[in-house]
Design a protein around this ligand. Structure first.
Ligand SMILES: *[C@@H]1O[C@H](CO)[C@@H](O)[C@H](O)[C@H]1NC(C)=O
Ligand SMILES: *[C@@H]1O[C@H](CO)[C@@H](O)[C@H](O)[C@H]1NC(C)=O
Ligand SMILES: *[C@@H]1O[C@H](CO)[C@@H](O)[C@H](O)[C@H]1NC(C)=O
Length: 492
């Protein structure tokens, strides 16, 4: 028992090492997945996680405004300069291209002077709140890699919530609150990302950092991705391995930076004062010149390429995975549960390649001698486990030590491996054959078969009448023995 266990382990090891010789490129699989990084020396290849390059994701989104008719200019209206209620010579007219401010202008090329921007209607219905939802949808899970930056053309709003969805807009969670007075607006204590720590990084905060009045020059609002990364990777994001290690093990952290949609909820425009100047409501509106969202397709670390085809982003999955996010194993590759690849490279990380299903291996691969297969990560290969019927080997295609291949049996035959073929007590070689080392009957000329039980010419199908004589003679002998009532097990 112990011996046979030892033997099968030994056989396994032999198999593993011989397989290794056939798969020298296994280590190379992971190298397919490399990322381009920017260092002080320039752009270099980094052999890390298997993921697409980060890019400007605003090229791939759909934008939706609520209320739908909130964009200014239909009908045309005049608005005043924020800082000066008596400068009301600006006009918004949707039907005149130079005076129109459609939503697309939030995503166009920046750097033009004067800048182009989306603008809402003015707050003429005060005190009814002027609220606008700007929903950005990718129809694809994406992972944020840099700060979300929103540049306002007018003052930054007094109150705003950035929300995110991870399920294509079915449910929404707040990402960050922004207000000139967090306590008043949202009953939250004001905080900044710098007040957080590794342990509180997932906390949703209200910040007053970006909501100071329109008098200041700053027009920008951030959602700080990099400051959050820095809690793991260090202030200059030098230790990305530490961040990747965390992302590999903490799903919540990974999900925090993952979105399918973003929603900017503008709740109250900049007023710059405590009281709203009811005489000049045309001073109050929202205007956004730019939105930056940097990220990459989420491919669960199973793809380096994400394509935009038919207005849809999708990962070009490797490692025998499939789905828009490479979120499952391909058909016939479900030999173990799907799991994402890891950020860290070998030896700490793994590609978590999907492996062939047992059902697709079928009986043939283990020749019916085992129903269990095991995946050996190191070799990226599948081997049969606990081969029965005295077989061994990756496919149970070899005989265990002390057993020999039964030449007259097929590989899937239960009798393919046979113990000591002959001995002088029970298993006699027939027709005058002699037992050689208990392994082989040495047959006299004219006879063959494991126990010399067959006529050689019979096997070749060429028995002449002369050699057929011997067979007939044997037949008569059998008859004679039967008639005489003598039996001899050794005879046949
Ligand atoms: C904006 O979206 C929120 C849900 O995220 C919803 O409760 C609110 O009514 C929407 N506001 C407008 C103006 O559509
Ligand atoms: C399965 O994955 C391996 C490694 O990535 C690859 O070489 C092979 O072509 C894939 N097979 C299929 C059918 O996709
Ligand atoms: C060899 O295999 C054949 C075919 O299954 C079988 O009939 C025969 O008994 C086997 N020989 C021994 C010695 O088991």
């Amino acid at each position: 028992m112990y011996l046979s266990r030892f033997l099968s382990i030994h056989a396994l090891w032999v198999t593993v090492s011989s397989v290794m010789q056939h798969y020298p490129s296994v280590w190379g699989h992971y190298d397919v997945c490399k990322t381009q990084i920017y260092t002080e020396e320039g752009k270099i290849w980094d052999y890390m996680a298997c993921q697409p390059e980060a890019t400007d994701m605003t090229k791939y989104l759909k934008v939706k405004l609520d209320p739908p008719d909130i964009t200014c200019g239909d009908p045309p209206e005049t608005f005043c300069a924020m800082g000066n209620p008596y400068m009301c010579n600006n006009e918004c007219d949707a039907s005149t291209p130079e005076l129109a401010h459609p939503p697309e202008l939030m995503f166009d090329f920046e750097g033009r002077h004067p800048s182009t921007f989306w603008q809402s209607a003015t707050w003429k219905e005060y005190p009814k709140p002027l609220q606008v939802n700007i929903t950005l949808s990718w129809s694809k899970t994406i992972e944020l890699t840099d700060n979300i930056v929103i540049t306002f053309e007018s003052g930054r709003p007094d109150q705003m919530i950035l929300e995110k969805s991870l399920d294509y807009g079915r449910t929404w969670q707040p990402y960050q609150y922004y207000a000139t007075d967090c306590l008043d607006a949202f009953h939250m204590d004001p905080k900044s990302v710098k007040d957080l720590s590794q342990h509180t990084i997932l906390e949703i905060i209200c910040t007053e950092e970006y909501s100071t009045g329109y008098m200041t020059n700053s027009k920008i609002i951030h959602f700080e991705i990099k400051d959050r990364f820095a809690f793991f990777a260090g202030p200059r994001l030098r230790n990305m391995a530490s961040l990747y290690g965390q992302l590999d093990t903490t799903k919540k952290l990974k999900d925090f930076f993952t979105i399918t949609d973003l929603r900017i909820r503008l709740l109250r425009p900049a007023t710059g004062e405590i009281f709203v100047d009811e005489q000049h409501l045309a001073r109050y509106f929202y205007a956004i010149s730019d939105i930056k969202v940097y990220g990459r397709c989420k491919c669960n670390l199973h793809a380096t390429v994400c394509v935009f085809d038919n207005n849809k982003l999708s990962c070009e999955c490797e490692h025998n995975t499939t789905g828009p996010d490479c979120g499952k194993c391909k058909k016939n590759y479900q030999g173990r549960p799907w799991s994402p690849g890891s950020y860290l490279p070998i030896p700490k990380g793994t590609a978590n390649t999907c492996i062939p299903s047992i059902s697709s291996i079928g009986n043939c691969e283990c020749f019916g001698h085992s129903k269990r297969c095991s995946y050996i990560e190191l070799l990226n290969t599948v081997i049969c486990v606990s081969c029965k019927h005295n077989t061994r080997g990756q496919h149970c295609e070899l005989c265990r030590l002390g057993y020999f291949r039964n030449a007259s049996a097929q590989l899937d035959d239960e009798n393919v491996c046979i113990a000591n073929v002959c001995d002088n007590e029970f298993l006699h070689c027939q027709n005058g054959g002699t037992c050689h080392n208990n392994v082989k009957c040495q047959c006299p000329a004219g006879y063959t078969g494991i126990l010399c039980e067959k006529l050689r010419c019979e096997e070749a199908g060429s028995c002449s009448s002369d050699s057929g004589h011997g067979a007939r003679a044997q037949g008569s002998l059998t008859l004679l023995v039967a008639l005489l009532g003598i039996t001899g097990p050794h005879l046949f």
